[in-house]
Ligand binder design. Structure first.
Ligand code: ATP
Ligand code: MG
Length: 479
């Protein structure tokens, strides 16, 4: 239980320490420090491994040379059962091994290297704590100037005891290892320093564009959404980030401008009916009670303006709900001919002629579809004086509904914009019905409804000849 808590605590400790480290250092320092740490650990492991390996090999070789020499000498002594000053010439010892034979009185019988001092002189230097990999068959002697293996082997020759002494120096090997260690140390320190500096400079260079992104993001506000980041052509992660950031700004700017335009247009549109209402109200205040004709005219105009305002507000609310995806869409099986018939009836306009031979069933929101047809019929009536034809034809799984008028028509350039919110073709030459508002919202609502029902809209028009809007409805019973 307590172990579990301790483990948990140490885990938390590590987490806090790590997040402190991240908070304290910049990303560039974090990267360079992390890489330096990795490099440091790798260097330590490889260097310690290499040195230990070299160390072991040197010791092992020395021990092998002694083993072989001792074995051969012992054998030879047993064969000969005699010893004299020329014994060393028999070559029983390896060339790197020093060999000496001393009798019991301490007299040297034979010696391969007379410069090696007497045994008593160096025995005090025997190491009591030889390295764990050194064989305990031998003594390790470490004087201030040399380092060697030593073995004293007493053998009986001709009834007398002789001391066979073997020496194998590893002084040079020790020196070599010391130099090797120092070299490795200096190279490591320099390498580590260079790696840290290079890592720091490189990460700073890599992260510099990020700094620019942060600064630009800080500078951007609703007032200057037109600012953009410079995108380098390198195609690396940062330039991709800058590109996405710029694209996000494009979208933000576009939606912000659209919203602003929408608000400006809406306030502008609302100002007209409000001015009318106010004007009539002021006139009524002055002369209303006496002038019956003015009273009637004012009431009619105020009612009309109020209706226009209502239409405006409702249309804007519809589009706002559509934008927020909160406009309800209640699809059910519907019959198109019947829907159009009910719209035509509601308009009660003798100029409308609806021609349709077949019914067409599909799935859709009946109220929204009626709204859609009403928008096109309303336009056809509003922008023409003559007969307006609605032709519906059914073929296989498709119905085409055409709204045909012989009115003012729409120019080619304007045809691209009529579905934009608040767009109206030059007011002076449009509209035959001045009573009705022309806000420029009808077709944007129609477009949204059509999209939700997968209905295709196409326009064919010629200026001063007329316009035909064609709706293609495909049978679809999915909800
Ligand atoms: P609202 O429908 O909101 O009352 P509106 O009729 O002006 O106003 P839309 O229905 O969106 O707005 O139409 C946009 C513009 O397209 C109109 O202002 C008009 O200039 C042009 N337009 C649309 N239908 C026709 C048509 N049948 N003939 C000529 N012009 C048309
Ligand atoms: Mg309209």
């Amino acid at each position: 239980m307590s172990y579990a808590i301790e483990a948990e605590n140490s885990h938390l400790n590590f987490q806090t320490r790590f997040s402190n480290f991240r908070r304290r250092f910049k990303l560039s320092s974090q990267i360079s420090l992390t890489y330096a740490l990795i490099l440091f650990v790798t260097l330590i492991v490889t260097n310690v491994g290499t040195t230990a390996g070299v160390y072991y090999v040197f010791h092992h070789q020395a021990e092998r040379a002694l083993d072989i020499s001792i074995e051969r000498t012992t054998q030879k002594v047993r064969e000969l059962n005699a010893i004299d000053e020329n014994f060393y010439r028999l070559g029983t010892v390896m060339p790197s091994v020093v060999f000496r034979v001393v009798d019991e009185s301490g007299k040297v019988i034979t010696d391969t290297n007379p410069y090696i001092p007497n045994t008593e002189k160096f025995l005090k230097y025997v190491r009591n704590d030889p390295p764990f990999w050194a064989s305990n068959e031998y003594k390790l002697v470490e004087t201030p100037h040399s380092f060697f293996y030593y073995k004293d082997l007493p053998l009986e020759v001709g009834g007398k005891i002789f001391h066979f002494q073997f020496f194998k120096t590893i002084t040079f090997e020790k020196d070599f290892i010391r130099y090797l260690l120092w070299t490795i140390f200096f190279v490591d320190v320099i390498g580590l320093g260079l790696a840290m500096a290079a890592g720091y400079l490189l990460s700073r260079r890599i992260l510099k564009p990020l700094k620019h992104v942060t600064e630009t993001a800080r500078e951007i506000s609703a007032g200057n959404l037109d600012k953009r980041l410079d995108v380098e052509k390198s195609g690396d992660e940062v330039s991709k980030l800058s590109k996405s950031f710029n694209k996000m700004l494009d979208r933000l700017e576009e939606s912000f401008t659209r919203q602003q335009r929408f608000i400006a247009d809406a306030s502008h549109e609302l100002r007209t009916p409000i001015t009318v209402i106010r004007g009539y109200a002021e006139m009524l205040e002055l002369y209303g009670a006496e002038d019956k004709e003015l009273l009637e005219e004012s009431a009619a105009s105020i009612k009309n303006s109020a209706q226009n305002m209502q239409y405006l507000v409702e249309s804007m609310l519809f589009l706002a709900r559509a934008d927020q995806e909160t406009q309800p869409l209640n699809k059910s099986p519907v019959e198109i001919r019947e829907l159009i018939n009910s719209v035509v009836k509601r308009f009660k306009n003798p100029r409308v002629k609806f021609i349709c031979e077949k019914e067409f069933e599909t799935s859709g929101d009946p109220e929204l579809l009626k709204k859609l047809f009403a928008i096109f019929l309303d336009n056809a009536l509003k922008y023409s004086n003559d007969e307006v034809k609605i032709e519906m034809a059914v073929e296989n799984q498709t119905a085409t509904v055409k709204f045909i008028d012989k009115g003012i028509g729409i120019s080619f350039e304007d045809r691209q914009k009529i579905f934009d919110r608040f767009f109206r073709v030059d007011k002076s030459r449009t509209k035959f019905d001045d009573e009705k508002i022309s806000a420029g919202l009808g077709l944007s609502i129609a477009k949204w409804i059509a999209d939700k029902h997968e209905i295709k809209i196409s326009v064919d028009s010629e200026l001063d000849k007329g316009t035909t809007f064609e709706l293609t409805v495909t049978q679809n019973f999915s909800s």
